[in-house]
Ligand binder design. Sequence first.
Ligand code: FAD
Length: 454
Amino acid sequence: MAVSVALFTSDLRVHDNPVLRAAVRDADAVIPLFVRDRGIRRTGFDAPNRRAFLADCLADLDAGLRRRGGRLVVREGDVVAVARAVAVATGARSLHIGSGVSGYATHRENGLRTALAAAGCTLHVHDAVVTAVAPGRITPAGRDHYAVFTPYLRRWEEVGVRGTLAAPRAVRLPDGVESEPLPKRAEVAGVSPGLADGGESAGRGLLSSWLRGPLADYGDGHDDLAGDATSRLSPHLHFGCLSAAEVINRARQRGGPGADAFVRQLAWRDFHHQVLAARPDAAREDYRTRHDRWRSDEDEIAAWRAGRTGFPLVDAAMRQLAYEGWMPNRGRMLVACFLTKTLYTDWRVGARHFLDLLVDGDLANNQLNWQWMAGTGTDTRPNRLLNPVVQGKRFDPHGTYVRRWVPELAELADGEIHEPWKLTGPRRAAIDYPDPLVGLAEARARFERARGLD
Ligand code: FAD
């Protein structure tokens, strides 16, 4: 009996999964394998919120496979050693995996190729599993990746996204393959209280209701902080409970300006992935250095992390991050700009804090968006600064978002809420809220001096 292995990584789903489909087609029986990889644990990348969400994803994947006659096989250890041991023990002739973009994913792929070859098992690496269009599939003349989004988007649209694959009808396991117990969400300590539920079923439910309703208003509405008007699909995309290709295909079927704007955001996701695939060092180093000599004031950094900077919109977003392990894009842009430009602090400090908390924390999207905001990445206007008061008046004009997350300011009028430092006398004294960490004008001048723009 021919046996294959489907090694799940960032593709924890049965629908539209080229890895699972190929493994099922390739053999009479398939081992759906997930390795709780000690290599990833050593990188400190498995923060509590993502560990908890992952536990949901694995439970749901197991349920999806059981409905098809199979089940998930979970093992803990070094991914290469575990995959090889499984291949040897079962006589598997092929192992299928989705291609990754990080340095670690490349290292894993190389390790698997060598170890499996020695065991007589062929490695098949599938593209367009994590992204909709594979990194490296489209490149500008003479370069290995696009450094600017707009021309990338044009080519991305021309090339198009692959069709959606159906889930396999049946998944048959060989006899005698044991699994270790699946991790449980309840066993993870330090999880944000408002963390969303993970898993393919939750993700597909969210996608369907998003497509049926709010998507239509996404074009104009996505930056409305009070309206919570984005899809919140990012953790499901990060863990691969949803495939980016299927999300795009289904949004396009709906059509309209909302769908166009939404698909464009998914192209940003592919864009950052193709940058990281070509430049894995950009996870740690400036993509395009500005020779910054960053400041490092521990008190300021602590205030930023705690949501006590004295700028209500910044603080609201940081508190949402702590409570939910998630933040809308407008909030992420603002707090990242505030840290890297207003406080002129190294983007790596902020990126690390985000990775410690974000349920969708993703090396490509996180590091490269941080770099974009810091002006060390692919932004063609690297020195733009977002003013938290102006942003507040524009994207939270009634202060609803600030009131939700900064209850100390709940009693302030709409016109006051983004500038509480302007209050005087007993009204100011009655509020337990810090004064601004910095003056915005001085901070801007400091940043411009540092970047040689004065
Ligand atoms: P929607 O607005 O509904 O967008 C749909 C999808 O498009 C998202 O789920 C996401 O997959 C993709 N997308 C949207 N905006 C971007 C973007 N700017 N770059 C790349 N993909 C995008 N996203 C992550 O998934 N993981 C991260 O770790 C991450 N870190 C970020 C850090 C900073 C400093 C910034 C500015 C942005 C970061 N983003 C990250 C991108 C973006 O903020 C989130 O993807 C988005 O807020 C998720 O919410 P949503 O699913 O409701 O997005």
